[in-house]
Design a binder for this molecule. Structure first.
Ligand code: APR
Ligand code: PHB
Length: 406
């Protein structure tokens, strides 16, 4: 097999990159180790920045998002039983966010790829990236029996057979545990990371959200988040100790703890309903520099991880692949490597701003196991400042609604 751009991973990064390259007339092949149902069902992110919304619309992938997505003009911060609304348009000159789950973004991009794009091979695991330092990098992979765009009937090989994808460029969109980052020689890259002593227990509930916007709550018992997937499906999270087993929490215990942490001084109440999904997400900050080695590029979670508090993961991935697609199109049009050579530095400026915001939002709202009464008062003072200062509120609103791409 041969293609111009070999893409490892069919999450938001890989799927959007394939779409943007197709629109630029550049062929690619996407290799995805999981099956289509798993990718379309995997509960991850839910908030699209204005910039992400604009990119999806421009790529012809925004039609269902515009029909079914929920535009949100603010979030509520809840602390000390108080409620403070951060008004995005008022603080950012008109920006907002869209509530539209990454599962739906992936479904839309997979459908477009199957209809119009190049090969998207599910159940096809990349085993290694070779020759990244050469002009002909390659991906060694193992065929699966999945329902790939052209791989389902075995057109590209038999179940389990090993094969090689010859490329001009390889892009690792294979997430935190993928293989692409491992192709960067240890001495040529640097990793910056921080782990947290807590995680998020997330649930899906068949009940209308109890507030019309997201609610981020700081409580002495720990953080809680009220989010949503639709007018009839709620998405809720609780801070739990790192390593918590989701099965160790009963539905009743989850609802009772959410009610405690989301408590207010007024008569607001939390509506309950059947929980349809329960999982624990670990929290980490991680950046791999540089995001490139020869003709291998890293994008999305393959290059960086943020704690989910700032809803930045998917939106950072979008910024990376927009920057890379623009650089590859420039190379195809002009023969110049100028934008490709600037890819890593261009992305990392935005990545580190998102890392800073995600870290600050996490520190602002979560209660560390070793928190002291002094730490508690500092958190409340920071929240009070955001509630009472246009400058402090603007910093949060500008970061939450998104940093410029490129
Ligand atoms: N071969 C093929 N595919 C692989 C391999 C491999 N060796 N290793 C991982 N993958 C696939 C995974 O199965 C997954 O579908 O790569 C994909 C990576 O997707 P994500 O983890 O979603 O990462 P990314 O596309 O960068 O998305 C970034 O979007 O999913 C949200 O919030 C989430 O922060 C995340 C953001
Ligand atoms: C979600 O709806 O999954 C979600 C929303 C906001 C966050 C994180 C996750 O900060």
């Amino acid at each position: 097999m041969r293609t111009t751009v070999g893409i490892i991973g069919a999450g938001p990064a890989g799927l959007l990159l394939a779409r943007l390259l197709h629109r630029a007339g550049i062929d690619s092949v996407v290799l995805e180790s999981r099956d289509r149902a798993y990718v379309e069902r995997r509960q991850r992110a839910g908030i699209l920045e204005q910039g992400t919304v604009d990119v999806l619309r421009a790529a012809g992938a925004g039609e269902r998002m515009d029909r079914e997505g929920l535009r949100h003009d603010g979030i509520e911060l809840r602390f000390d039983r108080r409620r403070h609304r951060v008004d995005f348009p008022a603080l950012t000159g008109g920006k907002s966010v869209m509530v539209y789950a990454q599962t739906e973004v992936c479904k839309d991009l997979i459908a477009l790829q199957f209809d119009e794009g190049g090969p998207l091979l599910f159940e096809t695991e990349a085993l290694a990236v070779e020759g990244a330092e050469t002009e002909h990098p390659r991906v060694r992979f193992r065929h699966g029996g999945g329902d790939g765009a052209y791989g389902g009937d075995g057109a590209y090989g038999r179940d389990g057979a090993e094969d090689v994808l010859e490329c001009d460029y390889v892009v690792g969109c294979d997430g935190f545990r993928g293989v692409a980052r491992g192709a960067v020689p240890a001495g040529l890259g640097r990793t910056f990371e921080r782990t947290y002593p807590f995680a998020w227990l997330g649930v899906l509930a068949d009940v209308a959200p109890s507030h019309d916007e997201l609610v981020y709550a700081r409580h002495d018992r720990g953080f809680a988040l009220l989010s949503m997937r639709s007018p009839s499906v709620s998405r809720l999270y609780l801070q739990v100790p790192a390593g918590t087993d989701a099965g160790s929490w009963s539905d009743e215990e989850i609802w009772a703890e959410l009610e405690r942490r989301l408590e207010t001084a007024d008569d607001w109440t939390l509506r309950r309903g059947p929980l349809t999904q329960k999982s624990v997400t670990p929290m980490r900050s991680h950046v791999h520099e540089p995001m490139r080695h020869g003709r291998l590029f890293l994008a999305g979670d393959a290059a960086h991880i943020v704690p989910p508090t700032g809803a930045k993961g998917l939106n950072l991935a979008v910024g990376d692949v927009v920057t890379l697609a623009r650089a590859l199109a420039h190379r195809t049009r002009t023969g110049s490597d100028e934008l490709l050579d600037a890819y890593s530095a261009t992305c990392l400026r935005r990545v580190w701003q998102a890392e800073r915001f995600s870290y600050d939002m996490t520190a602002l709202l979560h209660r560390a196991p070793d928190a002291t009464p002094f730490d508690d008062r500092l958190q409340l003072a920071r929240l009070d400042r955001i509630a009472g200062s246009r400058a402090a509120g603007t910093d949060l609103a500008e970061a939450y609604t998104g940093f410029p791409i490129g």
